[in-house]
Write a protein that binds this ligand. Structure first.
Ligand SMILES: [Mg+2]
Length: 171
């Protein structure tokens, strides 16, 4: 089903990226808000270290966000990765643009995000794999909060069908 992630992880910081690199993945597309940092928070040391570690491994990294340019560019510049702002997720345009910038393709790129109806659905629409992570913070805008209700339901169905499938089953 297009709304389902390919895998789930407690956090973007818990994914075994080394394993996925060995399996052939070369590009990672991250959502920012509630995936790498709390909503609208600046880049943290933790986020910077993760991106640097991934780049040292050999990955190309990009953030793809529906947020506006000042927010997205500032974050991307701080962590040192590529970016696409006003990405229009769940549309595929932003993801495709990021892959173009990174020089990676549908087979060797995966997305990491906290929202089913933007990040995960968008990855599916693009034809790339996705890892859904738990949101970092609980204070959110009301429209995001409302989407969490059907999201929790679909997540529940997913876990019933597939169990807690981790990133090692991404391929
Ligand atoms: Mg998010």
């Amino acid at each position: 089903m297009r709304l389902f992630p390919d895998a789930m992880s407690p956090s973007a910081y818990d994914i075994d990226y080394g394993y996925l690199y060995d399996r052939g993945y070369r590009g990672i597309i991250f959502d920012i808000d509630n995936t790498l940092v709390e909503h609208n928070e600046p880049a943290t040391e933790k986020a910077c270290l993760l991106v640097r570690k991934l780049q040292d491994t050999g990955y190309r990294v990009s953030v793809v966000s529906n947020n506006r340019e000042p927010r997205v560019k500032k974050f991307a510049d701080a962590v040192g990765c590529d970016y696409v702002y006003k990405a229009g997720k769940p549309g595929s345009g932003g993801y495709r643009k990021a892959m173009e910038i990174m020089g990676t393709g549908m087979k060797d790129t995966f997305a990491v995000g906290d929202q089913l109806f933007t990040d995960i659905w968008g990855a599916s629409n693009t034809g790339i794999r996705s890892v859904m992570v738990h949101r970092i913070a609980s204070h959110e805008e009301i429209q995001i909060h409302l989407k969490r209700i059907p999201e929790t339901l679909i997540k529940g169905i997913y876990i019933l069908l597939y169990g807690k499938r981790g990133e090692r089953e991404l391929l």
